[in-house]
Write a protein that binds this ligand. Structure first.
Ligand SMILES: [Zn+2]
Length: 501
């Protein structure tokens, strides 16, 4: 056997066990958020911490570095799969070994303290109480990015964790154009006649049955997954053959709960579609959080809020809720009504990205030193006023609303908007490739949608970074233009608007 073959064989055996440990940890985390008895919290913390330490030891094992060195030295002999696995693993390995255990510990403590302080501060509407924690998390984040690669923009180093292949230099102009286009659309909608919400009550028992029917119809595989209720819905890939989703039912908001289930099913179908043959290669992962989000958003919005989908859904809703008399027109209007608000997670499709762009601009300012922590609430409120036309009455409903910064997760937010941008370009190409797409959706036939995504996205796993996977699927597209065209198309028609030229 050649040295290269031996190194690859040993590396994949090692990685397979590392992935298995990851699955154990994921199962513990899933249980923690769905079924765990309240008194089990402390022992669960110990179990998770032990697995996490074992994962870290395995990942930073010096043999991993040696295997990578050997494989990199014989690059020309590597298959595309091997080359991608080596590239992905090199990034993970270097990031892990470059951070001293002292810095990792200080960061973990700052995260834990930050979360506690944030919960209190949000409850008491007291930003000043959280400000020192935020400052510490920022300082440690900069220390971390310095340690990993001091030659690059700190935000680019952070983006590698979430959306490798994306940079500040690309994001800034993209988000600025999107912001201006969205503000223009939002202004037009604000001046138009508003749409009615669906504001009846829908008993939870009927919603459970409806969600189960919808997710199975979409193609989420219940032989390899399950749906459970959770306080904050999430998807978790545990292992091949085990990808679980969660949801939340709201008696007074049928569409938001159903949209949540479709969203998580979209994440779940992506994970279910990652090739089993890639286990242990370093490639069997989502290419990025943004690409993950493109899958959930595509199903939730492009498909799940379409007229065709609402036409299909009408009979199901009437079957499960015979007393309500809700029609497909009600569902379509209710799904697509636009209302600028303060809270990101409750935002509609048009305003959602403005919430993200506010956060991106602010965290970039914090990391570049152009915005001080103490000035953050004012900077937040001014942007909400300018982009969305609303002003938070309290910091609890403003700068304190999201958990991300309390855990030092800077650079995470852009993934949400990247997901919408990718989804718009993917949707554009899919609709061209499947001319009878909407007729089939109207019949409840979602198989061609899933097949297209399987072929162009899921089966690619992390063979390439997300921008390249999307470019392969759609060609050279202007994603901002794709998203604005899509939003003007749907919302323009509903609100009786024509896009200015
Ligand atoms: Zn998501």
């Amino acid at each position: 056997l050649s040295e290269t073959t031996t190194a690859w064989t040993e590396l994949t055996a090692h990685l397979t066990e590392l992935e298995t440990l990851g699955g154990v940890s994921a199962l513990l985390a899933w249980d923690q958020q769905t079924n765990m008895p309240p008194a089990a919290g402390a022992s669960r913390g110990k179990q998770l911490a032990l697995i996490s330490r074992m994962q870290h030891e395995r990942l930073t094992d010096p043999r991993v570095g040696a295997w990578l060195d050997t494989l990199e030295a014989s690059k020309t002999e590597l298959s595309p799969l091997q080359a991608a696995g080596v590239r992905n693993l090199r990034m993970r390995y270097d990031r892990s070994v470059k951070l001293s255990s002292d810095l990792v510990e200080r960061f973990a403590r700052a995260e834990s303290d930050g979360f506690t302080a944030w919960v209190q501060a949000k409850q008491n509407n007291d930003f000043a109480a959280f400000a020192p924690n935020l400052q510490l998390l920022l300082d440690l984040t900069l220390e971390k990015t310095q340690a990993i690669d001091s030659s690059r923009h700190p935000y680019d180093v952070l983006l590698d964790d979430f959306d490798p292949g994306m940079t500040v230099a690309q994001l800034k102009p993209l988000f600025a154009r999107l912001r201006d286009g969205l503000v223009q659309l939002l202004d037009a909608i604000a001046a138009a006649e508003q749409l009615a919400p669906v504001d009846e009550l829908f008993p939870v028992a009927g919603q459970r049955a409806l969600h189960a029917e919808v997710m199975a119809a979409l193609g989420y595989d219940l032989q390899s997954g399950r749906l459970d209720p959770a306080e904050h819905p999430f998807t978790i890939g545990i292992a091949p053959g085990d990808v679980r989703i969660t949801t939340h039912y709201y008696e007074d908001d049928l569409l938001s709960g159903l949209g949540g289930t479709i969203h998580e099913a979209g994440h779940g179908m992506y994970e279910q579609g990652l090739p089993v043959s890639f286990v242990g290669t370093g490639v069997r992962d989502a290419a990025s959080l943004g690409l993950h989000e493109s899958q959930s958003r595509f199903w939730e919005n492009t498909i799940g809020r379409s007229q065709a989908f609402c036409n299909w859904l009408e009979a199901k809703v009437q079957h499960h809720f015979p007393d309500t008399g809700v029609t497909s027109a009600d569902l379509y209007r209710g799904s697509n009504r636009v209302e600028p608000g303060l809270i990101r997670v409750a935002a509609d499709e048009v305003t959602y990205n403005l919430h993200i762009i506010v956060r991106f601009e602010l965290e970039l300012g914090l990391l570049e030193g152009t915005i001080a922590v103490a000035d953050l609430p004012d900077a937040w409120n001014a942007r909400y006023q300018e982009y969305l036309g609303v002003r938070p009455p309290t910091d609890a409903k403003g700068v304190l609303q999201d958990v991300h910064w309390s855990g030092g997760a800077f650079g995470y937010f852009p993934s949400y908007t990247l997901g919408n941008l990718y989804a718009a370009s993917l949707g554009n190409s899919m609709i061209k490739a499947i001319p009878d797409l909407w007729a089939r959706v109207e019949r409840g036939d979602f198989a061609p949608v899933l097949a297209w995504l399987r072929e162009h996205v899921h089966s690619k796993a992390h063979l390439q970074d997300a921008p390249l996977i999307v470019a392969d699927a759609v060609g050279e597209r202007d994603a901002v233009e794709d998203l604005l065209t899509y939003l003007w198309g749907r919302h323009g028609a509903l609100y009786g608007l024509t896009r200015p030229v």
